[in-house]
Design a protein around this ligand. Structure first.
Ligand SMILES: Cc1cc2nc3c(=O)[nH]c(=O)nc-3n(C[C@H](O)[C@H](O)[C@H](O)COP(=O)(O)O)c2cc1C
Length: 217
């Protein structure tokens, strides 16, 4: 029996457990959404605002791209990698058979969320907490990951699927130019989302006993 059916938990916890268990990576995504763009904006805005950051630095920056703005990011990725093919840095066959179809599939989705860290916003914290200075960037990435996960679950909760991509730094310059991104924002992830277009295969798990322990129970 799955954890989500476990008796002791209240309704909210059961919903949360169910969402965490059902969230998966979806590559085939349709260009439609069961919820409005306003509601999407509310969900992403909520994650951006409420996810914790080390020392409350609020270092994550998030850009929601919909419709033509969403397709632009994947056209950028295609043209940048096409450039690499022409320069001989990426094999043509690999691009044509593998990379391009994958990027076209992202383009066919409903939207893309760009996640950045504003590294300039961390400078004062690095000075103030000098002994942790070398950890601050890592903490900022951890906070970004928390935002990504909350967004992923929020989308899942509303019937959307998503995948997390990393075409940075290849696309950074074009992205910055296209959406007027401040130079201190560094692109760290791209989440593509839309209505799931296919059933996802079961995932295999390592024995949880090797990964989780409890003492003192
Ligand atoms: C931090 C992180 C980075 C990831 N980066 C990528 C990526 O660049 N491209 C990709 O296709 N999937 C990426 N994934 C998705 C993982 O491959 C996927 O989550 C994992 O295989 C488990 O599958 P599931 O999401 O269906 O549970 C990433 C996931 C995480 C958590």
């Amino acid at each position: 029996m799955g954890l989500s059916q476990s008796k002791p938990f209240n309704k909210n916890t059961r919903s949360l457990l169910k969402l965490t268990q059902e969230r998966r990576t979806h590559y085939k995504l349709l260009g439609k959404s069961p919820i409005s763009d306003d509601d999407l904006e509310t969900l992403i805005r909520n994650a951006t605002k409420h996810v914790p950051t080390a020392w409350n630095t609020q270092s994550s920056r998030v850009v929601l791209l919909l419709k033509d703005e969403h397709t632009k990011v994947w056209d950028i990725a295609i043209s940048v990698i096409e450039g690499l093919v022409k320069a001989g840095a990426v094999p043509k066959e690999m691009f044509e058979n593998y990379t391009k179809p994958k990027l076209e599939a992202f383009k066919a989705a409903y939207g893309t969320i760009l996640l950045f860290v504003d590294y300039e916003s961390l400078e004062a914290t690095k000075e103030k907490f000098a002994i942790y200075a070398d950890k601050v960037d890592t903490f900022a990435l951890e906070a970004n990951a928390m935002a990504e996960y909350l967004i992923w679950l929020s989308l899942q909760s509303e019937g959307l699927g998503a995948s997390l991509q990393h075409y940075n730094p290849l696309i950074d310059d074009q992205v910055a130019k296209t959406w007027d991104i401040p130079s201190s924002w560094k692109l760290e992830g791209q989440m593509v989302f839309g209505t799931p277009g296919e059933k996802i295969e079961e995932k295999e798990f390592d024995p949880i006993e090797q990964r989780f322990k409890v003492y003192g129970k």
